[in-house]
Ligand binder design. Structure first.
Ligand SMILES: [Cu+2]
Length: 180
């Protein structure tokens, strides 16, 4: 590509971005809802499709590709959370999911009980095998910041954790990502 055609395509991209900013100013500080989240506002229910080991990020120890707190699911206080949790199997090893209160350090493995009734997959320590799924349903009944973490020994310490925020001020669920 010549430098003149490159600079004209840069100008075109900037023009499109600028037009978008003018058309929807409110969108600038709102993340696009991800395809893995479905919101049912009338019943105050949010569904998340969580794929464990969905790609090679963090040596496959990730949820939807995110690890080390890179993804934050925020849910309004009192909403119902329904997660379909699947081991996408990129690392060909078992994984699990548990919601626990944030503490000083990530536990070495899953702990009982979870922060909310039902907020863990079956076989917390042994995990779900490749291709297996479980439903994790709970009510986000206490505001705070929680870890979404894998209870298979050493996976959490290895970075297989993200955040769940139960917010008394949020009016709708959102998903945000850490800046890298
Ligand atoms: Cu794991």
């Amino acid at each position: 590509m010549s430098s003149s055609s490159r600079s004209s395509s840069v100008r075109a991209a900037l023009a499109i971005a600028f037009a978008g900013a003018l058309a929807a100013p409110a969108a600038a500080d709102m993340a696009m809802p991800p395809s893995f989240m479905t919101v049912d506002a009338p019943t105050k229910t949010v569904h998340f499709d969580i794929q464990m080991a969905s790609n090679g990020n963090n040596g496959t120890l990730n949820f939807n590709g995110y690890a080390h707190g890179g993804m934050t699911l925020t849910v309004p206080l009192g909403w119902k959370v329904k997660m379909k949790v699947t081991n996408a199997g990129q690392g060909a090893i078992p994984h699990s999911l548990e919601i626990i209160a944030q503490a000083e350090a990530i536990p070495a493995q899953g702990i009982e009980p979870p922060a909310f009734d039902g907020a863990e997959t079956i076989n917390l320590l042994n995990g779900l095998g490749v291709g297996k799924s479980d439903e994790v349903d709970f009510t986000a009944s206490t505001a705070g910041k929680y870890w979404i973490f894998c209870g298979v020994p050493d996976h959490g310490i290895g970075g297989m954790w993200d955040y769940l925020v139960v917010s008394s001020s949020a009016t709708a669920p959102t998903v945000t990502y850490a800046k890298t």
